[in-house]
Design a binder for this molecule. Sequence first.
Ligand code: FES
Ligand code: FES
Length: 218
Amino acid sequence: MTPKPTPPTLDRRSFLKGLGTSAVAVATVQVGAMADELNKASALPTPQGPAAVPVSLTINGEKKDFQLEPRVTLLDALRNFSTLTGTKEVCDRGTCGACSVLLDGKLTYACMKLAIEVQGHDIRTIEGIAQNGQLTPVQQAFVECDALMCGFCTPGFVMAATSLLESNPKPTEDEVRRACSGNLCRCGTYPNIIKAVMKASGAPLPETNEVIRYGSLA
Ligand code: FES
Ligand code: FES
């Protein structure tokens, strides 16, 4: 006859000992997780505002100090807290391109950036592109091609064209159209704007505006 297996015995002492070890293990894991959370939290930027805080911006190569509420956009900082009103406000919601600036050389809508978040970046506005009072080839071409009517959209288009020619000095007409497609001109000066950008790139100009397919401008 097979002997009956003896059930494992668990005396009070070993039960309590086991319980203690598990509790220590759980507590250790929890303390570790808590420490991770604390580390993560301390790596986050300290919340700022709502009152004005010091904000330092590098605009057209110059450091400028402001006191701004953290909710202030780069566009408002330029227009309302400094004298740089060349950057225009039209839609204030990232659709028209009138507020275009170069942020570290990249075309950016200033109404879509908080001033506080662009600290430490290089900001170039329409006021900062001419050197020693000399218009840039893009600005000169806008004048020569009569590429503006009311002129309100012009700084944004000039910045878009400047950005394009800095990265692609010999664009095709289609590339010019694409580069300007984030900018709107309510006066409808598109044909002359495209012509001006082509001229600034040194490309031969069409004889008339008829060859500018402004109807297909995105
Ligand atoms: S004002 Fe910024 S995109 Fe229109
Ligand atoms: S020239 Fe008037 S909005 Fe473009």
